[in-house]
Design a protein around this ligand. Structure first.
Ligand SMILES: [Fe+2]
Length: 359
């Protein structure tokens, strides 16, 4: 009996792998932050692949990444939670759960962080200096190529201090390329909605080109998402503020992009019919603000990507267009919402109020 047990233990010792020398490559971040549940995610590098053209000297390396996560349940609304991952240095943070309607809150909107790490870093520093967001709305194009594993650790390194302080609600951009990494790291479906206090947010996947390999598949996705959007907005007419968020804007001051997203332009009648307060976008690397038939259209794509011109602002609806890095801060006192677009020097680019109304 004793010898048999010893043998078993020896065999096990021989077959059990030693803990991998993995390292943290991103996070922590908090996603799916609802009043009752939230998920804390961190990204782990378990190895690295080196590759080169046969015979060539130059080689490229890419990390093997995967997300680890814990979903918390039974949370209380409007409460700040602190968390830590024992044994993982630096994996500590906090987040707030959504409060009841009528409570004050603050959030920031930004996106298009790809390509220029130094500019991205300045935008995050400006957010940390000028805002204490309860949550973050990200408009997509976080990295130049969502399928390139070497880029995500750079993104998460720059975002670390912000993401450990507030939950993030992302939309997918065309540069995420509908890649598996995006869905694994942010643990979101292609489109979804959430409510924070008296505000409701519909988060769309506007990157129709990458959602399916065939035109039939792309049309089917768009039809399904649009039907969901209509239904979700209908169900949330009692919210004081309704926001629709997507990467691609329906209008643009960028000369070469005015007719670039007809599928988004076609949504405008639905947004008007459903009393949307403001529609929030990225994709254009600048700041743009339009007001059309009572709906504010904001574009904040100045998160680090190379800036675009604003040389052709649409007539009759343009409130403000500026080609500079920026983020937008939304402050709600429980009733009214004050909005400011802010550049990396902390200078105000634009300021206005949104009036909330249930329907
Ligand atoms: Fe984009």
């Amino acid at each position: 009996m004793t010898s048999s047990r010893t043998l078993t233990l020896l065999l096990l010792a021989g077959t059990v792998a030693l803990p991998a020398a993995d390292t943290v490559a991103g996070g922590p971040l908090v996603v799916n932050d609802n009043a009752r549940t939230a998920t804390v995610v961190w990204i782990v590098q378990t190895g690295e692949l080196s590759v080169k053209v046969q015979g060539a000297a130059e080689q490229k390396s890419a990390p093997a990444l995967h997300a680890e996560s814990v979903t918390l349940t039974g949370l209380r609304s409007g409460t700040v939670y602190e968390y830590s991952v024992p044994g993982r240095e630096g994996l500590t943070g906090s987040f707030k759960t959504p409060p009841a309607a009528g409570q004050p809150f603050e959030f920031v909107l930004y996106g298009d962080n790809r390509t220029r790490a130094d500019a991205h870093r300045k935008v995050i520093a400006a957010i940390l200096k000028n805002s204490k967001p309860d949550f973050i709305v990200q408009t997509g194009d976080m990295v130049e190529n969502g399928a390139d594993n070497s880029l995500w650790p750079i993104f998460f390194d720059i975002e670390r201090e912000l993401l450990r302080k507030a939950a993030i609600f992302p939309t997918v951009g065309n540069h995420e390329r509908n890649a598996r990494d995006y869905y694994e790291f942010f643990q979101q479906p292609a489109y979804y909605s959430f409510t924070w206090g008296n505000a409701h947010f519909c988060m769309l996947n506007s990157d129709i080109a990458n959602v399916a390999p065939s035109e039939v598949g792309r049309q089917a996705f768009w039809k399904e998402q649009t039907a969901w959007l209509e239904e979700d907005l209908k169900k949330n007419q009692s919210a004081a503020f309704r926001f629709v968020v997507a990467h691609h804007p329906p209008m643009s001051a960028v000369a070469s992009r005015q007719e670039a997203s007809p599928h988004m332009k076609a949504l405008i009648p639905l947004l008007e019919q459903m009393h949307v307060t403001a529609a929030l976008f990225g994709h254009d690397h600048n700041y743009q603000h339009y007001l059309k038939n009572g709906i504010h259209y904001l574009i904040s794509g100045g998160g680090g990507a190379p800036l675009y011109d604003v040389s052709k602002p649409p007539e009759g609806i343009t409130q403000k267009v500026v080609s500079t890095e920026n983020f937008i801060r939304f402050r709600c006192d429980g009733k009214a919402m004050h909005v400011e677009a802010i550049d990396t020097d902390g200078q105000k680019l634009d300021a206005f109020d949104l009036s909330g109304a249930a329907h």
